[in-house]
Design a protein around this ligand. Structure first.
Ligand code: PRP
Length: 211
């Protein structure tokens, strides 16, 4: 039996499509069957699925209570858990970007004043600015980080940009590209040895569905 932690929300939807295309019968996770349950079993294979928030997917896999997980590279970059990254599943592709108010990039980049960056990803933000030799203050925000520059809390944000419509709707624009991200299959470091054949078989099925 393999237990997989799956990131709830956008990743879950695409990952379930992919797993179903691999031949796993996951009808117990369909909207009409699932109710408020969080732990499911494939009808036709020794696969359990746990639905969790992205950072918790990494916690469960790192601690070995889940053998593997599907999570965004953004969450992986922000984490310090111990796990292996096995596959780039090439969906939920988006960009990490530094973004700020339209037309304000030049004054931001050339100004010497104190700079404040808001982000759901303080570790990624810290390493990005350290790598550029910039000293910035980072404010951690839990969601809708686009509000921070609008409210005057920060000069800019570091966040995920998918379609760009949230930035646009809030008078912001991409200033710099930080990194490309996509959904990844990760695995516990012990499970890759103890459950090698099960994980190999899962990986070879997933590989056939990577677009
Ligand atoms: C993410 C991200 C942006 C938005 C970008 O937020 O933090 O706010 O999606 O997508 P777009 O470029 O297609 O507009 P999410 O929807 O996960 O919500 P949150 O900000 O509450 O975490």
């Amino acid at each position: 039996m393999i237990r997989m932690a799956l990131t709830k929300g956008r990743i879950e939807e695409k990952a379930l499509e992919m797993l179903t295309a691999c031949g796993y019968d996951l009808s117990s996770l369909s909207p009409e069957n699932r109710g408020r349950k969080l732990l499911f079993r494939a009808e036709n294979a020794p696969l359990e699925i746990v639905l969790a928030k992205s950072a918790d997917v990494i916690t469960y896999v790192s601690h070995g209570v889940c053998d593997c997980g599907i999570v965004g590279e953004d969450t992986i970059m922000e984490s310090d858990g111990r796990f292996y990254e096995l596959l780039d599943l090439n969906f939920s592709r988006c960009r990490f970007a530094l973004a700020g108010p339209v037309g304000k990039y030049q004054s931001f980049i050339s100004g010497y004043g104190h700079k404040v960056i808001a982000s759901k990803y303080p570790a990624v933000t810290k390493s990005y600015f350290e790598g550029r030799g910039f000293d910035v203050e980072i404010v951690k925000i839990e969601g809708s980080v686009e509000l921070a520059p609008i409210l005057g809390l920060s000069d800019a944000i570091v966040d995920i940009v998918e379609t760009g419509s949230t930035l646009k709707a809030n008078g912001l624009e991409v200033w710099e590209e930080v990194a490309d991200v996509s959904a990844r299959l990760i695995a516990n470091t012990v499970s890759v040895k103890m459950k090698k054949s099960d994980l190999d078989s899962l990986m070879s099925k997933l590989r056939t569905q990577i677009k």
